[in-house]
Ligand binder design. Structure first.
Ligand SMILES: NC(=O)c1ccc[n+]([C@@H]2O[C@H](COP(=O)([O-])OP(=O)(O)OC[C@H]3O[C@@H](n4cnc5c(N)ncnc54)[C@H](O)[C@@H]3O)[C@@H](O)[C@H]2O)c1
Length: 326
């Protein structure tokens, strides 16, 4: 089914994108990775040695060039991961964030529609739920409550895609907070940050320790995207899915305990009380289980052990600038 089918992945050099490309290649797709390389190209190196992988270095805000590329590539599916990711990065470059996360998303979708693309897969975020009553699990039908520019741009992009999805089978995937090892590693994500500190016996601060979030492994995101690209079922219009699992909703305090337990270590942390980030949400993943038969396979404990092992083997040198988006 996948042999010879072309998939365009934007943000291919990123933390999630590099694994998505690898998974699509292993399923037999021809993959065209596109990225402006804001954080370097280490994520691409394992891909460049693969024959069915092609790289296009492009800033997706170059709309004319983007349209030209889409016209040439004529992909079966577009997986749109390129973005200014996270509250701190969006705060640092608000205009670039609006252009990339919203305006360029519209331009890419338009160019994809014109180039006979069949599927458009958009990476959104559970951050869109913002602040909620922590006792209830939030479904895709709950109201969104973005608390940051990052989430605002994702919510606006979602709304626009839903309005325009009549022209193209569209998937809006609201990812939980990602974790796990990647060729472009990030330690500015909660699980990875805590796992590294605990593995290295470094003291760390925790704010809003009682707040809930869902977490999901990068390999699981790659799996769900590959599943959608491979699926023979056509689901017209906009399809919105939370991506993660009910069991992987954690309060930060429980996350720390889970990581310490999985690695048989002690966490040395200070609870600093309430911080500026008020996000608090527990999410239901019933829809993706029911409709796509998708269940994540890699829990937080798996990442904790892998990160701990990679550090003890000296596989992750401490070039801090490479490992964060700010
Ligand atoms: N990491 C998470 O926890 C998480 C959670 C929910 C949703 N997401 C979404 O998943 C996607 C990927 O996230 P990530 O963690 O891999 O982020 P990342 O920052 O590691 O990767 C983003 C990639 O996009 C590229 N990029 C940025 N602006 C670009 C532009 N104008 N043109 C071309 N390329 C550009 C960057 O160079 C980078 O390689 C994003 O859309 C993000 O919003 C991530």
């Amino acid at each position: 089914m996948s042999k010879g089918k072309r998939v365009l992945v934007t943000g291919a050099a990123g933390y999630i994108g590099s694994g998505v490309c690898r998974r699509l290649l292993s399923a037999g797709f021809d993959v065209i990775g596109m990225d402006s390389l804001m954080y370097g190209a280490t994520g691409l190196l394992p891909l460049l040695v693969t024959p069915r992988f092609t790289f296009v270095r492009l800033d997706i805000r170059e709309y004319a060039l983007l349209r030209e590329q889409l016209n040439q590539i004529r992909p079966f599916a577009v997986v749109h991961l390129a973005a200014i990711v996270g509250d701190p990065a969006c705060k640092k470059m608000p205009e670039v964030a609006r252009q990339t996360n919203l305006a360029a998303t519209k331009a890419l979708f338009g160019a994809a529609s014109e180039s006979d693309t069949s599927r458009f897969i958009f990476a959104s975020t559970c951050s869109n739920y913002g602040l909620s009553d922590s006792t209830a699990l939030l479904s895709e039908d709950n109201a969104l409550n973005p608390l940051s520019l990052y989430a605002e741009t994702k919510v606006e992009a979602e709304h626009w895609l839903i309005e325009n999805a009549a022209t193209l089978e569209t998937y809006i995937l609201r990812f939980g907070t990602a974790h796990g090892l990647s060729a472009r590693m990030r330690f500015d994500l909660t699980v990875n940050e805590f796992a590294r500190a605990i593995a290295m016996d470094t003291p760390f601060d925790v704010y809003d320790s009682e707040t809930w979030r869902p977490y999901c492994h990068v390999n699981d995101f790659a799996e769900v995207i590959c599943g959608i690209c491979s699926d023979t079922t056509v689901r017209t219009g906009a399809n919105v899915f939370n991506v993660g699992s009910d069991e992987e909703n954690y309060r930060k305090i429980d996350l720390i305990n889970a990581i310490a337990q999985a690695t048989s270590r002690t966490a040395r942390f200070s609870d600093t009380g309430n911080g500026a980030d008020r996000r608090n949400y527990r999410v239901s993943f019933a829809r993706i289980v029911e409709e796509l038969k998708f269940m994540p396979r890699y829990p937080v404990a798996y990442s904790a052990r892998q990160i701990s092992e990679a550090l003890s083997l000296g596989l992750l040198p401490s070039h801090e600038a490479h490992y964060a988006n700010v």
